[in-house]
Design a protein around this ligand. Structure first.
Ligand SMILES: Nc1ncnc2c1ncn2[C@@H]1O[C@H](COP(=O)(O)OP(=O)(O)OP(=O)(O)O)[C@@H](O)[C@H]1O
Ligand SMILES: [Mg+2]
Length: 308
């Protein structure tokens, strides 16, 4: 049986009056679901409410049918594993000792915690350094240890807040490979640091802006719906004004950097270069780009997603 995570109409007002999440409803069954959005859009707040770590001001979260804040909250929480963006590990202790601690917190006995920590460290490629103190870990090792800690209670639903942030591209790919191979049977909800991660690694994405969901769907469907055309980005010298091409105004990416949706990239490049040269403006660089979730975000919100 697939354990479904379902949230309806979540609100969160922090002490001090910031309303970080304003009416979010979402659902995750088997597969990977991502929350994508700019800094401060409410992803972490939502994830911690889904994980049962933060009480919603309003709204309900159900896990495998149990209300996270209802009478059966203990049953509900047993199904969830949560990896925070930065886990508060005890730095002087080893990875193994930290994992055992998480096992004890989840109500496992010492022997069981140790067995589980050992098998997870093998599965997640941590064995080589599991007995070293966490203080000596690299970013990639810490992220693997976070994953292992979240898995100590053998959850059905895994909530990962920016599972790969701070990693270089190679370590990021390795971690995704691990998640996709070892954890393929779990329901995974993660927040995405970069739009390409949501695009490549999730089956379904919820796009957040200012505490609400502004679009949701399979990445490919969203791109088809909101940004079906290839883009041409032109870099012009100095601060030349953007020119409309066939009556279409470009998106202004930055001063001197303009982006045009086109039907046919080759034809588009020709027209754009012609138009600027007719105005005596030198084109310094021109590139085509396949649209992605970043363009979807722009179409839906009119804002650029800051990539970090
Ligand atoms: N403990 C808190 N007290 C008060 N306000 C908070 C608290 N935590 C978050 N906020 C505010 O709530 C809003 C949403 O923050 P949240 O951390 O959920 O966003 P996010 O999408 O995870 O951002 P990021 O991409 O930077 O991680 C922000 O305006 C933030 O400043
Ligand atoms: Mg966050």
């Amino acid at each position: 049986m697939v354990c479904v995570l379902e949230a309806s109409d979540l609100y969160k007002e922090y002490p001090g009056g910031v309303v970080a999440v304003k009416g979010v409803s979402l659902k995750a069954g088997r597969g990977r679901v991502s929350l994508m959005g700019p800094n401060g859009s409410g992803k972490t707040t939502t994830l911690s409410m889904l994980a049962g770590a933060l009480k919603p001001s309003r709204g309900v979260v159900r896990v495998c049918g149990y209300d996270l804040w209802g009478k059966e909250w203990i049953k509900a929480r047993r199904h969830i594993g949560y990896a925070l963006q930065k886990m508060p590990f005890r730095e002087k202790l080893s990875g193994m000792e930290n994992l055992i601690w998480y096992g004890l917190l989840r109500g496992l006995g010492l022997g069981e915690s140790r067995r589980r920590a050992r098998s997870l460290s093998e599965e997640l490629g941590l064995s080589g350094y599991i007995n070293r103190s966490v203080a000596s870990y690299s970013g990639g090792m810490r992220k693997r240890l976070s994953l292992a800690a979240a898995l100590m209670g053998d959850p059905d639903v895994l909530i990962l807040d920016e599972p790969t942030s701070g990693l270089d591209p190679r370590a990021r790919e390795e971690l995704w490979h691990l998640i996709e191979v070892s954890l393929k049977d779990l329901t995974i909800v993660f927040s995405a640091h970069m739009s390409v991660e949501a695009e490549l690694h999730s089956d379904y994405v919820y796009i957040f802006n200012d505490g609400v969901i502004v679009a949701e769907g399979r990445p490919s469907e969203l791109i088809e719906r909101y940004a079906p055309k290839p883009r041409i980005i032109v870099y012009v010298r100095g601060d030349a004004e953007p020119l409309p091409i066939d009556g279409v105004e470009p998106e202004i990416v930055a001063r001197g950097v303009y982006m045009y949706p086109v039907d046919d990239p080759r034809e588009g490049i020709r027209r754009i270069v012609d138009a600027y040269s007719q105005h005596g403006v030198a084109v310094e660089r021109i590139e085509t780009r396949k649209p992605g979730l970043e363009e979807v975000f722009f179409t839906v919100t009119g804002r650029r997603l800051e990539e970090g």
